[in-house]
Design a binder for this molecule. Structure first.
Ligand SMILES: [Zn+2]
Length: 153
């Protein structure tokens, strides 16, 4: 189940597209039609879809696309920082067009993933780096709970 939470205005989409093009240019990867189709599907589905959710959306317009192609495109998009990916236990990886540091909560009842409003993630990576001798590559908090609907069951 996917929550339709992100409604970007057209100005926002244009800024986003410029940003995406810049990230592709710097990475050396090409924004192929397949990668573009995957991005469009992510935007269309909204929320925090799994690879399979994205695949289903891409397939509607490109019936011959293979699941492996969608996985590869998602992996490139994640690698160059165009999308983010979060992994909870007992759930397929979820993809997100929002790459800014933020918290997402997953309902252990129905599997729905939503953004957590009003809580700052802060400089977790910088602070860990300052307190250890590690060069931090990523720091992700995985939040789980029961959504209002599942609390009533
Ligand atoms: Zn739930």
């Amino acid at each position: 189940m996917i929550e339709q939470s992100s409604n970007f205005g057209s100005v926002m989409i244009e800024a986003l597209e410029g940003d995406i093009r810049g990230k592709f240019r710097r990475s050396g990867y090409t924004l192929t039609s397949q990668r573009k189709a995957v991005l469009d599907a992510l935007e269309e589905v909204g929320g925090h879809p799994s690879a399979e959710d994205v695949y289903i959306a891409v397939k509607r317009k490109n019936p011959r696309v293979a699941l492996g192609t969608v996985y590869q495109a998602l992996s490139v998009l994640e690698e160059i920082g165009v999308i983010s990916c979060k992994r909870w236990s007992e759930s397929p990886a979820r993809y997100d067009l929002n790459t800014a540091p933020h918290l997402d909560i997953r309902c252990t009842g129905c599997g729905r993933v939503s953004e957590v409003p009003g809580v700052e993630v802060g400089n977790l990576e910088t602070e860990i780096q300052q307190n250890t001798t590690y060069k931090v590559r990523s720091a992700r908090l995985v939040i789980e709970g029961l959504c209002p609907r599942c609390q009533r069951v």
